[in-house]
Design a protein. Structure first.
Length: 300
């Protein structure tokens, strides 16, 4: 009798914990929606102007930023023509994308990982990651990172085709992440012994060069030609091209402003490896790590 009482009490406690954590996640998303100053500026402004030019006049801008991610915000832009403004809605695009991605990740993982771990991971993303800042802008990193994460999960779980499509879309949106995709493809080829995984790398390369050709007049015209940063006392500043030293770029990504991406991501990989029954060979951890490493080195 006491066993049944204790078991029922444990179930009730677990249910209450699940409700409480879910409420915190929803409250966090609402706080990001209502309290953050959503803005369209910097490179987000170029993306918004490119999307507006395409939808209003049918012209493709030749800016150096991809239009793949912004194209998915077209419904919000059109809604802004009916209610409020396109700027208002597209300024919240990344937040909406993030919320939808949480639902998709939960659906992919709910029967494969302890749901308590998933909810706690979502809370960490909301409160302790760099997402909170990026969700208030119209930058492209959110689209790329979410496509890569969901795509890798889908591929490893068994939804290969939609998974690779998501990954390729994310990479085309941020061409520098092609290096990360190369590492992921190499890992999948080693795991599955199937060379067809390389088609994703080829598709991303073709789409990146095609967008450059169509929008800028050449397959290898990135739009960064002749672009220089601000001139400071540093001898490599203010020069055209990517003049910032690789070593300093790597240090800034890993250590500056508390954004210790490699070390914070490491704990997530270990938790996935420990708790997830489908990742017997740590495929997802290694693929996610490969994407992160590739992105870090290409961004540096």
């Amino acid at each position: 009798m006491s066993f049944h009482i204790n078991h029922a009490a444990k179930i009730n406690l677990t249910s209450l914990q699940a409700i409480f954590e879910t409420v915190l996640i929803v409250a966090g998303l609402l706080a990001l929606l209502l309290l953050l100053p959503h803005q369209i500026n910097s490179d987000g402004l170029y993306r918004f102007q490119g999307l507006s030019e395409l939808l209003e006049s049918g012209k493709l801008s030749n800016t150096r930023y991809s239009l793949v991610g912004p194209l998915f915000s077209t419904p919000l832009w059109l809604l802004g023509k009916v209610y409020l403004t396109p700027e208002w809605w597209t300024g919240r695009y990344n937040l909406l994308l993030f919320a939808i991605s949480l639902l998709v990740m939960y659906w992919l993982l709910k029967d494969r990982i302890d749901r308590r771990l998933i909810r706690k991971f979502f809370l960490i993303l909301l409160v302790c990651s760099m997402f909170a800042t990026h969700l208030s802008y119209y930058f492209g990193e959110v689209f790329t990172s979410l496509c890569a994460a969901i795509g890798i999960l889908a591929v490893v779980i068994g939804y290969a085709s939609p998974g690779w499509v998501a990954i390729v879309l994310g990479v085309v949106n941020t061409p520098a992440s092609l290096i990360g995709l190369g590492l992921v493809v190499a890992k999948r080829i080693l795991d599955t012994k199937r060379w067809r995984c390389a088609l994703a790398l080829a598709a991303a390369g073709v789409l990146i060069t095609a967008e450059s050709w169509i929008r800028r007049g050449g397959p290898f015209v990135s739009g960064y030609e002749g672009v220089a940063g601000y001139r400071t006392f540093m001898p490599y500043s203010g020069l055209s091209g990517f003049s910032y030293p690789f070593f300093f770029g790597l240090l800034s990504i890993l250590f500056s402003f508390g954004k210790v991406s490699s070390f914070s991501a490491r704990d997530c990989y270990f938790q996935f490896e420990k708790h997830c029954s489908i990742f017997g060979h740590t495929s997802t951890s290694i693929c996610l790590a490969s994407t992160s490493c590739g992105s870090v080195f290409s961004s540096a």
